[in-house]
Design a protein around this ligand. Structure first.
Ligand SMILES: *Cc1c(COP(=O)(O)O)cnc(C)c1O
Ligand code: SF4
Length: 331
């Protein structure tokens, strides 16, 4: 198989969902994009449920639970210009496109992402780059989307070079699922585009140890050799990584591939994602069980997006400091 699967029928034809399920999923597909790369289709066959749950649509995605929100990120009030989100003084997001290699069923931006939306026009991109040049308080640009590594190396390289030439931009960061979900995109051309004079942090989104396939490992080795600093971000997900063993395996797999776990996100309440919800108390108990036993390098910050755009908040650390008795409350 060489093509990304994008419809319920294609998922049936690939043997990933039952033929009887297809018709009920057409309505889901009409609302939320579907994409399963060849690499992830192969991994679903090999590793089963924890990968399948992340990418295969389910009928209950059309049910919005009472606590779920259309726009859990509440980015709109923090958008000074199209494609930019400036919520914190020293850093801002640049979203050059809204396409992704895969469409994760739990995505907090699921109402916005998709294969044919959100590519900034040349003029919009120029205006966004000008905004960064004219905003000296911003020292860090975080490219996200969508997935910036879906851009051609040429276009991405041009954006990075323009940003790196702004004197007050000290660091650049890219958030991406490509290294695990579509590792074939990490080509020599992509590595060349990512080789910069400025520190470039790549925050790799991965939720399960099995995602670190030999192909992903090769890409990550190349990215590290190109001078990028690799960080990991994960979402705590029911049925994917909601056990002590799964989280330990995930964080250890990251470290073996030179990826430092950075954030473990509490699931944002996007519509139709209730099946993935793990209560915060359970997440805290899972992390507490790892503390002390597993190297501190494996330790991410467990964070939750606050309502109404109030930003990320580290979740209660009380009792998680290795039993020294210095219970510290959430910062
Ligand atoms: C998450 C986020 C960032 C990055 O936050 P860090 O804590 O620096 O990783 C920046 N801007 C917005 C709007 C965000 O949601
Ligand atoms: S890759 Fe990221 S932005 Fe895209 S669907 Fe998955 S979680 Fe959402």
């Amino acid at each position: 198989m060489t093509r990304t699967l994008r419809t319920p029928q294609e998922l049936v034809d690939a043997g990933l969902i039952a033929p009887a399920a297809a018709s009920a999923l057409e309505a889901v597909a009409a609302r939320y994009s579907i994409a399963v790369t060849p690499a992830m289709a192969a991994l679903i066959r090999e590793a089963g449920a924890p990968i399948a749950a992340q990418y295969l649509p389910e009928p209950e995605e059309l049910i919005t639970a009472p606590h779920e929100l259309e726009d859990p990120t509440a980015d709109a009030p923090f958008t000074p210009i199209k494609g930019v989100v400036h919520r914190y003084p020293d850093r801002a997001l640049l979203k050059p496109l809204l396409a992704c290699p895969v469409y994760c069923r739990f995505c907090f931006r699921r109402e916005a992402v998709g294969p044919d939306g959100g590519l900034l026009s040349e003029a919009e991109l120029e205006a966004a780059l000008d905004w960064f040049a004219e905003t000296p308080a911003v020292r860090e640009v975080i490219l996200t989307g969508g997935d910036p590594l879906m851009l051609s190396p040429r276009r991405l390289g041009r954006i990075l070079a323009r940003l790196a030439a702004i004197p007050h931009i000290e660091t650049l960061r890219i958030h991406s699922r490509v290294p695990v979900a579509d590792p074939g995109r990490i080509t020599p051309g992509m590595l060349a585009a990512l080789t910069l004079d400025r520190p470039l942090y790549l925050c790799v989104h991965a939720n399960h140890a099995a995602e670190f396939t030999p192909e992903a490992a090769a890409g990550l080795r190349g990215l590290h050799a190109a001078g990028l600093v690799l960080l990991g971000q994960s979402v705590l997900l029911r049925g994917v990584n909601d056990s002590e063993a799964a989280l330990e395996a995930l964080f250890r797999a990251m470290l073996r591939h030179r990826v430092k776990p950075y954030y473990l996100h509490q699931l944002d309440p996007a519509p139709g994602t209730a099946r993935f919800h793990v209560p915060v108390e359970e997440g805290l108990a899972l992390l507490r069980a790892l503390r002390g036993r597993v190297t501190g390098l494996a330790w991410p910050s467990y964070v939750q997006e606050q309502p109404a755009g109030a930003g990320k908040m580290p979740l209660g650390m009380a009792g998680m400091r290795g039993g020294a008795g210095q219970a510290r409350e959430a910062v």
